[in-house]
Design a protein around this ligand. Structure first.
Ligand SMILES: [Zn+2]
Length: 335
């Protein structure tokens, strides 16, 4: 049985107070990778916290090689603030971060703002010791759970394929080198492997996504030879997109509202498979109260679902089912 220790890392904040972040460390006592699983860099993205709690129990029973570093509450101040960054107010978008977007500040700065100080403390105590990373995030409920990775023929790509998440979004390495990095870039730029999983939605914890996140963490540990067994595969193919639009545009069908009105979903969920012609929902048209059906133009997996628009991740109006003509109501991606 590997020993699991509870550790605390302290950061001194700008007002002189001390913040401590708790994390777990499990050591098999044998050589192997040092696997980091981190969640809640954004305080409203909380599904990964429960994934980590369950993954800890798996590692306590099954870890046979290497070490695991588990940080369920990476951005504890933002969790307490109940928003993505500590600097955000009501309905303020992620982009207005004032330097407090934790996942743009790695490896942090001990003399920086409070978020940079927390990152610096975590980097020194935890992250710099790790050779592989799984970074758990969440995005809006209207976009399906997806793995974000680099299609580089290397570790990130291999990890993405092992994650058994329906959608893989390939991303190019960031071009700007000013300021801090994402934790994914920190690892992938230094020859260590990392993927991000966006477990939809934010703000809540759902059993389906927690299980998908736990399977991904276990599959990665199996890939790294840290726990026994073969990775558990996805049922059916995964649907890949990017890094360029041209890489998927012939397999991607975005549906927009053909008229103004109230979009009523037909009880489907993102990631579900739909058939060509299947009813996705309808619009109760504003002008004449007619029912306008929205049907799938092609078979595939639901990548987007529901009427939404900008800032649906931070405010309720962005999630309102009242659709303007042209608002996205669904998108289908084929494998
Ligand atoms: Zn995030």
């Amino acid at each position: 049985m590997p020993a699991c220790t509870l550790n605390h890392t302290a950061a001194t904040l700008t007002d002189g107070s001390e913040l401590t972040i708790p994390w777990w460390h499990l050591d098999s006592g044998r050589d192997g990778e040092a696997f980091l699983v981190i969640a809640a860099q954004h305080g409203n993205e909380v599904q990964g916290c429960e994934v980590i709690r369950r993954f800890r129990a798996v590692c306590e029973r099954e870890l046979t090689a290497g070490e695991v570093f588990l940080v369920p509450f990476a951005n504890l101040p933002a969790l307490r603030h109940r928003r993505s960054h500590i600097s955000l107010g009501p309905e303020q978008p992620y982009g207005e971060d004032s330097g407090h977007n934790m996942n743009r500040t790695w490896p942090g700065d001990p003399e920086g703002n409070d978020t940079e100080r927390v990152v610096h403390a975590l980097h020194e105590a935890v992250v710099r010791h790790c050779s592989r990373a799984l970074d758990l995030h969440s995005w809006t409920r209207f976009i399906a759970t997806a793995t974000l990775a680099r299609r580089n023929g290397g570790l990130s790509e291999e990890m993405a394929r092992a994650s058994a998440i329906r959608f893989i979004q390939w991303r190019n390495p960031p071009t700007s080198q000013t300021g801090g990095k994402t934790i994914g870039a920190l690892f992938n730029d230094s020859g260590r492997g990392s993927i991000t999983i966006e477990l939809a939605p934010q703000w809540v914890i759902r059993e389906r996504e927690v299980r998908a996140g736990l399977r991904a963490a276990m599959n990665l540990a199996k890939l790294f030879g840290m726990i026994e067994g073969e990775p558990e595969q996805l049922e059916g193919p995964c649907a890949e997109m990017g890094p360029e639009t041209a890489d998927h545009e012939d397999r991607y069908f975005e549906l927009t509202a053909p008229c103004e009105g109230l979009f009523v979903e037909a009880g489907l969920q993102t990631s579900e498979h739909v058939e060509e012609g299947q009813l996705l929902g309808h619009i109760i048209r504003a002008g004449d109260l007619e029912t306008v059906e929205i049907r799938a133009p092609a078979p595939g997996y639901l990548y987007k679902y529901g009427a939404f628009r900008e800032n649906s991740d931070v405010g309720l109006p962005g999630q309102h089912p009242w659709a303007d003509e042209g608002d996205c109501v669904a998108a289908i991606l084929q494998p």
